[in-house]
Design a protein around this ligand. Structure first.
Ligand code: BEZ
Ligand code: FE
Length: 298
């Protein structure tokens, strides 16, 4: 009868799992087991500590609802979402705008707007800002009709969905015009704390991290034949650009709010200008999927 030891148990598990018919599933599971076992050996994990880990993951699962995805938050705060994003970004067929996190506040249920319309309920306050620019491909050709979905915090530093599932504010879908230009009005977003009232927040606070994201505006941009772009623009000057709690901010996505930009189509309102570039879509892109999802769809 075989005897398991810390040294041989990993191979025993891999041997038993070797019958898995799906080769990609087999590869992923084998690697996960190898790394999990190595981790347990590395820290000499005790039964009490592993039980604490299981309790933690149980609480993460129990916190999930159609309005809240604590597992995405866990993946984000561990830098795993950013890692998967960065690796995926490197597989694009040509140079294009870099990706950033979708985050847990994206909603499929987003209203359509006409070019130039305001997406924020300005009766709630906040300083108005214009967003404008061009959507083009890697050869610089405009992409008329490209769909531009935006979402961000309102003037109180919260996403609409954090108030109620029914509230819709500071999110909208626009279309690029026949020259590939997009234009919308919003309010200046604020930096915010990620949701800290659950197990992931407890972890972040136990690690003495600040738990904040720098001010940003999310974008999801798509056009037929091009890889969907999930990204965000980060406002220059924010104190947490360098230590975003979810590792999403990067230098190529930092923008300035300009008081009087002569290039802005709207005069007298501060503006942000950013031109987006989409990479052509490959066969593999169609299978890779989006990183993150509307929690209501999971
Ligand atoms: C966000 O940008 O909306 C976000 C991303 C990751 C975690 C929490 C919030
Ligand atoms: Fe966000």
């Amino acid at each position: 009868m075989r005897e398991y030891t810390p040294e041989n148990i990993t191979d025993a598990v891999l041997e038993q799992m070797s019958t898995a018919p799906d080769p990609r599933m087999k590869e992923i599971m084998e690697s996960a087991v190898r790394h999990l076992h190595a981790f347990a050996r590395d820290v000499n994990l005790t039964p009490a500590e592993w039980l604490k880990g299981i309790e933690f993951m149980t609480k993460v699962g129990q916190m999930c609802s159609p309005a809240r995805q604590e597992f995405i938050l866990l993946s984000d705060t561990l830098g795993l979402s950013a890692l998967v994003n960065i690796m995926h970004d490197k597989t694009k067929m040509e140079e294009a705008t870099g990706a950033s996190l979708l985050g847990p506040f994206f909603r499929e249920n987003t209203p359509q707007f006409e070019k130039g319309e305001q997406i924020a309920r300005i009766d709630k306050g906040g300083s108005e800002v214009v967003l404008h620019g061009r959507i083009a491909n890697a050869s610089g050709e405009p992409l008329p009709g490209a769909q531009v979905t935006v979402w961000q915090t309102a003037a109180d530093g919260r996403y609409d969905i954090q108030n109620s599932m029914e509230e819709i504010d500071c999110r909208g879908i626009f279309r690029a015009d026949d020259k590939g230009n997009y234009l919308l009005r919003t309010v200046r977003p604020l930096g915010y704390f990620i949701p800290l009232d659950g197990p992931v927040g407890q972890m972040v606070m136990a690690q003495k991290r600040h738990g904040k994201r720098p001010a940003h505006i999310h974008f999801l941009i798509s056009a037929p034949g091009y890889r969907e772009l999930v990204t965000a623009l980060y406002l220059s000057g924010d104190e947490h650009l360098e230590d975003d709690v979810v590792f999403g901010a990067s230098g190529d996505l930092v923008v300035e709010v300009k008081a009087n930009d002569p290039a802005s189509p709207v005069k007298g309102v501060p503006s942000i200008h950013f031109d987006f570039c989409l990479a052509r879509e490959s066969e593999a892109d169609r299978r890779a999927g989006r990183i993150g999802a509307d929690p209501g769809q999971l």
